[in-house]
Design a protein around this ligand. Structure first.
Ligand SMILES: Nc1ncnc2c1ncn2[C@@H]1O[C@H](COP(=O)(O)OP(=O)(O)OP(=O)(O)O)[C@@H](O)[C@H]1O
Ligand SMILES: [Mg+2]
Length: 446
């Protein structure tokens, strides 16, 4: 690849000498002797980089820079000037110039600056491409009414700076919703920092959230920035918020109210600008009643509540989700793409999916690896989703308000994978309760 460079200067001797030297370095070089000519050339040829003189007749370098950046923000511009003042440098930098080099020009300096600018552009493009891939990979799939409503809610709330409380059962896609809100918000070019409230030990939480100064405690060998600081100008996502201890809830409430904090062992007060998203699979109203969640924190977080529906309430989407997961798994495992036989799809649509989309995704991945045939038949699922009575765990509080979590037969099911022979590990007992018999009938009828 030969990066293309446009040199813009009204001095013919500079155009000539730079053109020759840069061409020798392997660049594809063109020239323009004023701003108008440069803009016309850029419109037709879109170079990778422009070397731009400031003082020129007609429109000067600063005006030309403004026009270039207006229509082509990814073109790198290096200013060359014989009359460099701090004011000009500041103005050019504010307008997006990559560097400013003073005349008389040092060729080595120019080549270093050009290479830095081109590397920066390459990284920017790579970053843009990876972001796009990530958004595509993590997009919310599904077209049924409940998912369309969810997408509409996300589209409405994302551009606002409002805080959002995302509720839903395990594996429904709460984290995916949080990521989508961030991606569609004005903060998307800044970080999304997630805090897994269930995974951080109590004694580390302060340092994790607020950071610490060197020597703040035994083992604090260097200064560390906390999650709040890292999320500045971006979004902080508190996942499994109900698993945060009351003590930690009090600490974050203060920061959320005042937007200020100090690093552990530090005395400087830091101010942050963060948008807060939180997710939970628990019923926070019930947690408040039980005394394990602060009411004031709940009202702070619950500005816009979003409920992610369980998969059993959107079974029309199972077909599409399977197609996506079959495709993803084949790609990931470098195998040929498999299809579902119609009887298999019917069976999946009737299964209650206690583990929601995550359960479906994992099951498909497992079958893509384990099944040799190109089509996955219903009888194969019968081997993989085995229903039998289990020892009932303590009843979980129902999930979010309006959810049907308490009605589903979750606690009566245990799924298991059969061994290499693909035979069911157990048969379904004729004495099972009626609702289990429904599942058993569904499974054995295919
Ligand atoms: N609508 C969807 N389309 C495509 N993939 C989805 C969808 N919903 C969820 N997924 C995928 O399912 C998996 C689980 O989603 P996610 O982690 O967002 O769920 P969760 O509600 O946060 O789960 P948990 O409560 O266990 O933390 C992820 O791999 C996610 O990409
Ligand atoms: Mg999650």
């Amino acid at each position: 690849m030969f990066p293309s460079i446009l040199i813009v200067d009204d001095e013919p001797s500079i155009l000539q000498s730079l053109q020759g030297l840069l061409a020798d370095e392997g660049f594809e070089v063109s020239t323009a002797s004023n701003g108008y000519e440069a803009l016309k050339h850029i419109e037709q040829d879109s170079p990778d980089l422009v070397l731009l003189d400031i003082w020129m007749p007609g429109i000067d370098g600063i005006e030309t820079l403004k026009e270039i950046k207006k229509n082509n923000p990814f073109i790198q511009v290096i200013i060359i000037t014989g009359h460099g003042t701090v004011e000009t440098a500041v103005k050019a930098t504010k307008l997006g110039a990559f560097d400013l080099i003073e005349k008389p020009l040092s060729f080595d300096k120019i080549v270093v600056s050009i290479n830095n600018a081109l590397n920066f552009r390459r990284l920017e493009e790579e970053n843009k491409y990876l972001r796009k891939k990530t958004i595509e990979k993590h997009s919310i799939s599904g077209e049924c009414g409940a998912v369309q409503q969810l997408k509409q809610q996300i589209a409405a709330v994302a551009p606002s700076d409002s805080w959002v409380l995302i509720k839903g059962e395990n594996g429904t896609g709460k984290e995916l919703v949080a990521r989508t809100i961030h991606q569609l918000s004005g903060r998307s070019s800044n970080p999304l920092v997630d805090v897994n409230c269930a995974a951080i030990p109590e004694e580390l939480i302060e340092s994790e959230l607020f950071g610490h100064e060197k020597g703040a405690f035994a083992g604090a060998l260097a200064k560390k920035r906390g999650k709040f600081e890292l999320a500045n100008d971006g979004t902080i996502f508190f996942d499994e918020i109900a698993d945060m201890s009351l003590k930690t809830q009090a600490k974050i409430l203060r920061v959320l109210q005042e937007k200020q904090f100090q690093r552990v062992g530090g005395s400087r007060t830091l101010t942050v600008n963060v948008r807060v998203l939180a997710a939970t699979n628990k019923n926070l109203e019930q947690e408040i009643e039980a005394g394990s969640f602060r009411e004031d924190l709940y009202y702070r977080l619950n500005v816009v509540p979003i409920e992610v529906p369980p998969l059993r309430q959107r079974s029309e989407d199972i077909d599409r989700l399977c197609e996506i997961f079959l495709q993803e798994s084949a790609k990931k495992n470098r195998t040929a793409q498999k299809v579902l036989a119609p009887d298999a799809l019917k069976m999946l649509m009737n299964y209650p999916w206690p583990g929601n989309v995550r359960e479906l995704k994992n099951l498909i991945e497992r079958l893509v690896i384990m099944v040799a045939k190109p089509a996955i038949a219903g009888k194969i699922f019968r081997c993989h989703i085995i229903l039998k009575p289990a020892v009932s765990p303590a009843p979980r509080p129902s999930s979010c308000s309006g959810s049907t979590a308490s009605r589903r037969p979750r606690s009566h099911l245990r799924r298991s994978i059969c061994g290499a022979s693909w035979k069911p590990m157990t048969t379904i007992s004729p004495t099972l309760p009626n609702r289990l018999a429904w599942n058993a009938a569904t499974c054995t009828s295919v």
